[in-house]
Design a binder for this molecule. Structure first.
Ligand code: PAF
Length: 298
């Protein structure tokens, strides 16, 4: 069945009012749905009586106007995919519905978690944009559970922190990063990669996998592990914005991996800025699976 498409928060409240008893699951997205989103939606479908998908390309979290303009907008195709995975309601508000004239509130999550990685590179205002829109979406949908992909690991930490600080009554559920056969993390931005750049981008999962292999061999020095990633990237002339290992919860730098850590990177491939990460957890071997072609390339 096709989902009901809703454009305003007032209509959303009316539509959801009689459907709350069996639980509401919510997957916030900026559209251009890919398998990663669909996996979140399937999990939400499994866990809840009603599934809400939001599609809103949030202007306040983009630093560069060009990136915002180039962001793919494919609502009709997204709604068709949403129907296939059993979404009940698609909330697709306009910019003026989300940010009416006079809108003057910003939700800022302070501290190290927004100052590092993406926050250092894109500026904290990126996470102001994310926290503000996610807070507003959560208040509009009032879900029991909201689902986020681990590819945006820092976003998950920021959202969890905001939800805890503001006492928003929702369970935040994270699902593993969804990857293509060559290991590249699925992202709406991948559609903007030329075939040649798409091939270059496979150095990202190869680099992460090289670090995971070294970690599995017992290497715990972040410098050696990030070098393993950098070597794969620089071998194909990719110059990363950052490759860092931080504590998985506080996102603070660490001298040696003794507890769960996050290895995260950002790199521009052609016109497209890509991010990726893996968890490095002592005692846990959760390596990225690379296709045979990628393994032999390594
Ligand atoms: O991850 C995203 O797609 C966005 O950051 C989100 C959570 C939908 C907020 O705009």
């Amino acid at each position: 069945m096709m989902p009901r498409i809703v454009r305003t928060a007032a209509e959303l409240r009316d539509v959801l009012a009689p459907r709350r008893a069996d639980g509401v699951g919510f997957v916030p997205t900026m559209g251009a749905l890919h398998e990663g989103h669909l996996s979140l939606l399937r999990t939400a479908r499994n866990d809840n009586g009603t599934v809400v998908l939001s599609i809103f390309v949030n202007p306040t979290q983009f630093g560069e106007a060009a990136d915002l303009d180039a962001y793919p907008r494919t609502e009709a195709a997204d709604v068709a995919l949403a129907a296939e995975v059993g979404v009940d309601v698609v909330f697709a508000p306009s910019v003026s519905e989300m940010y009416p004239t006079g809108f003057a509130t910003t939700v800022t999550v302070g501290g190290a978690i927004t100052g590092t990685l993406e926050g250092a590179e894109r500026g904290r205002s990126h996470f102001d944009g994310v926290a503000t829109v996610v807070a507003k979406l959560l208040l509009s949908v009032q879900p029991d559970r909201a689902y986020f992909g681990a590819k945006d690991a820092q976003q998950v930490v920021v959202v969890r922190s905001m939800v805890a600080d503001l006492g928003i009554p929702v369970e935040i559920v994270t699902r593993p990063t969804s990857r293509d056969a060559d290991g590249l993390a699925r992202s709406s931005r991948n559609t903007r990669l030329s075939p040649a750049d798409r091939a270059l981008a496979t150095a990202i999962p190869r680099g992460l996998r090289a670090a995971q292999d070294a970690f599995a061999r017992g290497i715990r020095d972040p410098r050696l592990l990030t070098d393993a990633v950098r070597n794969e990237l620089t071998a194909v002339d990719l110059d990363p914005e950052y490759v860092e290992i931080v504590d998985a919860d506080s996102l603070e730098p660490i001298a040696e991996i003794e507890r769960p850590a996050l290895l995260a990177l950002a790199v521009r491939v052609g016109q497209v800025r890509l991010i990726d990460n893996v968890a490095l957890v002592p005692g846990v071997d959760d390596r990225i699976v690379l296709s045979p072609a990628e393994r032999s390339h390594a």
